[in-house]
Design a protein around this ligand. Structure first.
Ligand SMILES: [Zn+2]
Length: 225
């Protein structure tokens, strides 16, 4: 093994210069084509858009340093991909079923302070992840949330109850959430799996919504003040 093989091999100074020019041109092409897709930014991409970005990236990479790939070939491929992308987004705007097919649908995760169970059991995301998302949006317990929606790009949209309508709900911060071993008759408890909130006659009572039987004391703190 020869170190110069690894680092230099048969690269001439002239070809190094060519790589420089190829990279500058392809860099400008990538920016131009990303602009042509019509996307404003890359902060929240759907899976489908990530695929387009990856495709453009790999098409742009090889001609930067492969001496027998003329740049025009890469430009043709990028043009075709970009036109296909624009056509697809146009179809998605025009036909709802096509958009649902490619991007999926937004899912209701919380309704009226309780988790929507059939969505969780499908297993697209664990409920720890949901709880983490809600905590990051300053939610102390599920009773503060009227509706939470998981958008197709993976972000959460949350609608909160006004302070005077906040319900008792499942605490989302670990220190406030302890599985109870004894219950008192006039206290509200929340199912730690689904957020179902009710009074209990004994600590291992089965939840009628999810069949779980671990409970914690429900809280009803408001969001501000
Ligand atoms: Zn439950």
């Amino acid at each position: 093994m020869d170190l110069s093989d690894i680092f230099i091999y048969d690269t001439s100074l002239a070809f190094a210069g060519e790589i420089l020019i190829r990279c500058v041109i392809m860099y400008l092409m990538i920016i131009l084509f990303l602009r042509l897709t019509g996307k404003r930014g890359v902060r929240q991409l759907s899976i489908f858009e990530v695929a387009i970005i990856l495709a453009l990236g790999s098409i742009a990479g090889d001609p930067m340093f492969t001496d027998d790939i003329p740049l025009i070939q890469a430009v043709i491929v990028m043009s075709v991909i970009t036109v296909m992308y624009r056509l697809t987004t146009w179809l998605m705007m025009k036909y709802q079923w096509f958009e649902d097919l490619l991007e999926g649908k937004a899912l209701y995760i919380v309704e009226e302070g309780e988790l929507v169970l059939d969505k969780i059991k499908k297993g697209s995301m664990s409920h720890d992840e949901f709880f983490a998302e809600m905590r990051q949006q300053n939610t102390e317990h599920l009773g503060q949330i009227r509706t939470a929606l998981l958008e197709t790009d993976g972000t959460f949209s949350i609608l909160f109850y006004p302070n005077n309508q906040v319900k008792y709900g499942l605490p989302l911060f670990p220190k406030a959430c302890h599985i109870v071993t004894e219950v008192q008759p006039d206290v509200l408890y929340a199912c730690i799996y689904c957020g179902n909130t009710r009074t209990l006659s004994h600590a291992k009572q089965q939840c009628e919504r999810c069949d779980d039987c671990d409970w914690t004391v429900a809280i009803n703190t408001t969001r501000i003040g």
